[in-house]
Design a protein around this ligand. Structure first.
Ligand SMILES: *[C@@H]1O[C@H](CO)[C@@H](O)[C@H](O)[C@H]1NC(C)=O
Ligand SMILES: *[C@@H]1O[C@H](CO)[C@@H](O)[C@H](O)[C@H]1NC(C)=O
Ligand SMILES: [Zn+2]
Ligand SMILES: [Zn+2]
Length: 605
């Protein structure tokens, strides 16, 4: 539960004590008051009352003082594992923990996807997603410095159990590192894994296996993930995209700033390296995996599911990676006293939200739902007990399953058919148009360009046959990225609304294999309580890892009196001192400043 839970519990009990004492005081005073009228003499009863009252007062003060001292101590130390476990049955012996993150998936994404599936598959109106059957609660997502979190602060809440600032990769607001549940699990003898559909160096996976003052330090994050980490190698299995940060800048497809070859470093640290579908298939669903394993299946992102399904021979799906990882980790721990911890992320639900692409999003959510079902399937069959908890770091896009297109009052509806007609994502369509404009279509006239856009992209890829001349014009001479124009064309036709290309502050859902096993997360919680649950479930002392990471052994400078920023410079340059790391921003009259045509595309997720 919350890091402050013990203190709340304490405060409650002290309140309860005070109330009890107050009741006793009342009883004594009122009870004796009637007697006093009859007995005006100040006898031993009077002095006994005074004594009792004084004792009650002192005891109350003592309890309050103790509570305050305890609170102070508790606020300095990380959440401690609880000795007792509540309603459900936490296994006492070997166990596995699967944590799933649906990045950027808010409650409306579920409504959208559920209705989409009912429509496309002709299912009854009470047909639900697998996730729907396992809903147990909600998470509140704000970060230390904003009501709207980013994925870095969101994942730090999960990995460390602490609120931090947007951009923080398992770093606290004072720029000191905080131990993560994955690190603690590795040190305790668990096998560990990370499975994602975006870059393995992106914020969510990064927060479990590395520390950086800013999420942009992906080169450093990659180094830490393959073992150049204060605690040594902490991850046993990694699958996803983001190959470019592991390749030297002299190699094609690299996005590193330096010429370090991290594939080579990974091999030196024992990793078996895979870079394509052929090698993935040879893992035979996980039975042929040799840990540690580094599987990088795309330079950056694995394509959206809506596009990937047409290239199934090139990229594995999230479900396939999930099944393979679970089999591999289960096999690797068969004869061990400890099980495994794995974080599995549906990374690109968030990207579809950023792109305001509802067609791409429903396919991402369906792929995530399948991966969740695969995890349930594994838990049911595996002999080691375990639990899966799934939640989102935040909502993305301010998605609305309704949209008013005109000044006139709207009809109550949205059209799933429009999403079903799209065979590809707006990202795919945007890239295709860019390739055409800079290649084959470079010297073509507007009429030919328009024909290409209408027939070869809108009709063929997005299922749109009623584009207006204005829309075609905005694709030939775009103000914003053409991907956004395509997504907006789909959204308007489907009557799906978006309030932002960024994140929103909506509460997000929590799902689990069993509400009994994940009982501390039923109801509405802060995101750090999810992180605390992860550590509690495996009886991990994450605070001890924090202490170790903060110990002088890893200080970059020797001087005891160095400011924290220098001690921990291995985590990269900290934010400037003028940047807020906690508290809320003040109102800036922003609505006046931004021009409506200022794209601001390609920001951080
Ligand atoms: C590649 O990295 C090296 C340092 O490792 C640097 O000197 C060089 O400028 C980089 N080259 C490019 C093209 O970025
Ligand atoms: C897949 O990767 C292996 C090496 O890991 C390589 O030998 C093989 O040619 C690659 N296959 C394809 C289709 O790229
Ligand atoms: Zn996110
Ligand atoms: Zn995002």
């Amino acid at each position: 539960m919350s890091r402050e839970e013990p203190l709340l519990a304490q405060r409650q009990s002290s309140e309860r004590s005070s109330i009890r004492y107050a009741e006793e005081e009342d009883a004594l005073l009122t009870g004796e008051a009637t007697g006093r009228r009859e007995e005006p003499r100040r006898g031993w009863r009077f002095w006994r009352e005074i004594g009792m009252f004084a004792w009650a007062l002192i005891a109350t003060i003592l309890v309050i003082v103790l509570a305050v001292v305890y609170q102070h101590e508790a606020s300095k130390s990380q959440h401690q594992p609880k000795d007792s476990w509540g309603p459900g049955d936490k296994p006492t012996g070997k166990r596995n923990l699967i944590f799933m993150v649906s990045d950027g998936m808010g409650p409306t994404s579920l409504s959208l996807t559920r209705s989409f599936r009912q429509y496309t598959e002709g299912l009854p109106i009470d047909d639900t997603l697998v996730l729907d059957k396992h809903h147990i609660g909600q998470s509140r997502t704000r970060s230390s410095n904003s009501l709207v979190t980013d994925s870095a602060a969101g994942a730090t809440a999960f990995s460390c159990g602490y609120k931090s600032y947007n951009g923080a990769i398992s770093v606290l607001p004072d720029h000191s590192p905080c131990g993560t549940v994955l690190e603690a699990a590795a040190l305790a003898g668990y096998k560990t894994g990370l499975v994602v559909t975006t870059r393995l160096t992106d914020a969510t996976p990064a927060c479990f296996a590395s520390h950086a003052n800013l999420r942009q330090y992906e080169d450093s994050i990659a180094q830490q993930e393959v073992g150049e980490h204060p605690l040594g190698r902490v991850v046993d299995l990694m699958m996803g995209g983001g190959r470019c940060h592991f390749l030297a800048n002299s190699t094609e497809g690299s996005c590193r700033g330096d010429d370090r070859d991290l594939v080579d470093l990974a091999s030196k640290n024992g990793f078996h390296y895979l870079q394509n579908r052929t090698a993935f298939d040879a893992l035979n669903g996980g039975t042929e995996v040799k840990l540690p394993l580094l599987g990088l299946f795309a330079d950056k992102d694995i394509p959206y599911e809506v596009d990937r399904r047409h290239q199934n021979d090139v990229y594995p799906s999230l479900e396939e990676m999930t099944r393979t990882a679970l089999t591999a980790l289960s096999d690797a721990t068969r004869d061990s006293d400890q099980g495994f911890f794995v974080m599995i992320e549906g990374s690109r639900i968030d990207h579809a939200g950023h792109g305001n692409d509802p067609a791409a999003q429903v396919h991402e959510v369906l792929a995530y739902d399948k991966a969740f079902a695969a995890v349930l399937d594994f838990l049911e069959k595996d002999s080691t007990p375990g639990v899966v908890v799934s939640t989102s770091d935040h909502e993305t896009g301010g998605l609305a399953a309704a949209r008013q297109l005109h000044k006139s009052y709207p009809d109550y509806l949205w059209y799933p058919r429009v999403l079903a007609n799209a065979k590809h994502s707006s990202e795919y369509a945007g890239n295709k148009l860019n390739a055409y404009t800079s290649g084959e279509g470079k010297d073509k006239g507007n009429k030919e360009k328009a024909a290409y856009i209408r027939d070869t992209i809108l009709k063929q890829d997005l299922g749109i046959v009623d584009a207006s001349d204005e829309e075609i014009e905005s694709l030939i001479k775009p103000d914003v990225s053409t991907q956004y124009v395509f997504a907006d064309m789909i959204s308007r036709r489907a009557q799906i609304g978006w309030s932002t290309h960024g994140h929103s502050a909506a509460d997000v859902n929590i799902y689990a294999s069993s509400a009994k096993n994940a009982w501390p997360l039923t109801g509405n919680h802060e995101n750090i309580e999810v992180g605390n649950f992860l550590a509690d479930y495996l009886d991990l002392d994450v605070g001890a890892v924090t202490k170790r990471l903060q110990s002088s052994a890893y200080w970059t400078t020797d001087a005891e009196e160095s400011p924290d920023l220098e001690k921990y410079s291995w985590m990269g340059d900290p934010l400037g001192s003028d940047v807020r790391v906690d508290g809320l921003d003040t109102y800036h009259h922003d609505f006046r400043k931004r021009s409506l045509t200022d794209c601001g595309c390609g920001g951080l997720h």
